[in-house]
Design a binder for this molecule. Structure first.
Ligand code: SF4
Ligand code: FES
Length: 254
């Protein structure tokens, strides 16, 4: 396997803490293999910074397999970078070429304040989940046989697709309004489509949308940037479904 290496310039957002002003700083980096993942390139960068006695750059990561939703970099103006249907940890350096300048920033949104460098606080998503993103069933010792509750195949497939949302926040970072509608609609849809989710459906959608608004996310204006940048291909159809669920719940709520 050939191994082309690249010399690059990284422009990285450096910010000491949540209260300090941040700015982009430029760093040259050399000998980067096209086979590295983006985060491996960041690891090499940090090793070089530590060796030179400089502070490494802080960035979020965990699984490095596109599962956990931790990694969250705005790369050359795009959430998760220039590839499609991948997270930052799945992005490869072969997407770039020798001599490129790569601008690396945190996900930008009022509801995602910067903690340090490239790390943002996404606990607003956790609070939205806590407001209704669950099913209150007793699963201890009385789990039903899966076949006892028939679910139409199309509903099961759509619920599964919605459930693949990893809560990364790229939809928010890509939206000109910093709207969280794609994320919230995926979480609402994965339950709304299944019989197990119907019992608490009204409270769920009202409470989750209310919390979304309280957190300071913007409104959806159907631009669709969220769907384009979502690493899991979450469809805008979920937003339409959530709006219908919300209207039904708001009208029928007693
Ligand atoms: S909808 Fe897509 S972009 Fe938004 S949090 Fe879920 S996986 Fe990430
Ligand atoms: S580190 Fe888990 S999705 Fe990227």
């Amino acid at each position: 396997m050939s191994d082309k290496t690249m010399n690059l310039t990284l422009k990285i957002w450096r910010q000491k803490d949540a209260k300090s002003a941040g700015k982009l700083e430029s760093y040259p980096i050399s000998g980067i293999s096209e086979h590295m993942s983006f985060l491996e390139m960041m690891d090499v960068f940090n090793e070089q910074q530590i060796s030179a006695g400089n502070e490494p750059v802080a960035f979020d990561h965990d699984c490095r397999e596109g599962i956990c939703g931790s990694c969250s970099l705005q790369i050359n103006g795009e959430a998760h970078g220039p590839d499609r249907r991948v997270t930052t940890c799945q992005l490869h350096m072969r997407m770039f070429k020798d001599g490129d300048t790569i601008t690396i920033e945190p996900f930008r949104a009022t509801a995602f304040p910067v903690i340090k460098d490239l790390v943002v606080d996404r606990t607003s998503f956790d609070r939205i989940q806590h407001a209704g993103g669950f099913v209150s069933v007793n699963t201890s010792g009385n789990t039903q046989d899966a076949n006892s509750l028939p679910v139409p195949k199309v509903d099961a497939d759509n619920a599964f697709d919605a459930a693949t949302c990893i809560g990364c926040g790229a939809c928010v970072a890509s939206c000109k309004n910093a709207s969280a509608m794609l994320f919230v609609s995926a979480k609402v849809s994965q339950f709304a489509l299944l019989p197990q989710g119907k019992v608490e459906a009204k409270d769920r959608v009202l409470n989750m949308v209310n919390q979304m608004d309280l957190e300071g996310f913007g409104n959806c204006t159907n631009t669709g940037a969220c769907e384009v940048e979502c690493p899991k291909g979450i469809s805008l159809d979920n937003i339409a479904r959530m709006n219908r669920e919300y209207m039904k719940a708001a009208i029928k709520k007693d």
